[in-house]
Design a protein around this ligand. Structure first.
Ligand code: SF4
Ligand code: SF4
Length: 255
């Protein structure tokens, strides 16, 4: 891997590990919304080919954190779409990308110049189980892994997505923050995370940071130790980092 100088995490205030761990579920969700907004504000200014019903990137390989999975499941239940959980079952029997390292773990491995695990992912493994008639049934609640998947050219016509390297850096940073606020949670493939979160008892345990995922493919999240920001992007990433670091953590609300 080419040399990357990493930004230390010392400047980050509101996401200090202790504070993230002390947040209740509603606070974490409120912070997650603000991280999504920072990302959406940035991508909203880009000239992108992405549009409604363009769904070639909606594959079964999307990954997310348990916090994002909790948010999606809560939405499916409150909007009367709990039957979607049944549609996840076939997806759980199909080949899909199942990460073996989280983004924060990857950052640590890179910083220590350690070997990275080989991970493969193929769009041919099939569509996302939440895609219906080329439309995402949870679009407003889609996880960061979907929000950050954008392209300057139409992926179907070009055969691949074209993403600015700066966008990749920003995506990694946002993924690191999301994992950080869910440091007591887990990361995994969308089908696997929703499969766990669809169970009421798992959601209750998750809310009290007591969720156990033995026997699943989910991997434990980590707090940020170091941010993956290549030196050539430091200047341009700074306003985004400032926005993330200035996110206001709401006072605790009742559950
Ligand atoms: S990333 Fe590609 S496939 Fe996905 S919405 Fe954008 S242009 Fe379409
Ligand atoms: S969750 Fe929605 S946006 Fe994300 S891959 Fe699935 S259908 Fe597409």
């Amino acid at each position: 891997m080419t040399a990357i100088i990493y930004e230390t995490f010392e400047k980050v205030k509101v996401f200090e590990q202790g504070q993230a761990g002390a947040m209740d579920i509603n606070t974490k969700l409120a912070v997650l919304d603000q991280i999504y907004r920072v990302c959406d504000d940035f991508t909203g200014k880009l000239d992108l080919a992405c549009q409604k019903y363009c769904a070639h990137c909606c594959t079964c390989n999307v990954t997310l954190t348990t916090l994002e999975g909790y948010r999606i499941v809560r939405h499916l239940i409150s909007s009367g779409q709990s039957n979607s959980f049944e549609k996840l079952q076939p997806a759980l029997n199909r080949k899909r990308f199942q990460p073996v390292v989280t983004t924060n773990e990857l950052a640590e491995l890179c910083a220590l110049e350690k070997d990275l695990p080989l991970e493969s992912s193929d769009p041919a493994w099939g569509p996302c189980p939440l895609l219906k008639n080329d439309e995402c049934i949870i679009y407003a609640q889609r996880p960061f892994g979907c929000r950050c998947m954008v392209s300057k050219q139409n992926c179907q016509e070009a055969g691949y997505a074209e993403m600015d390297p700066l966008m990749l850096t920003l995506n990694n940073v946002c993924l690191q923050y999301i994992e950080h606020i869910d440091a007591h949670g887990f990361t995994g493939n969308l089908s696997d995370v929703l499969g766990v979160m669809a169970k009421e008892q798992n959601r209750q345990k998750y809310k009290s940071s007591k969720l156990k995922v033995a026997g699943t493919s989910l991997i434990a999240n980590l707090p940020i130790k170091i941010l993956m920001i290549p030196p050539e992007h430091r200047h341009e990433v700074k306003p985004i980092l400032d926005s993330l670091n200035n996110i206001q953590v709401p006072m605790k609300r009742s559950k």
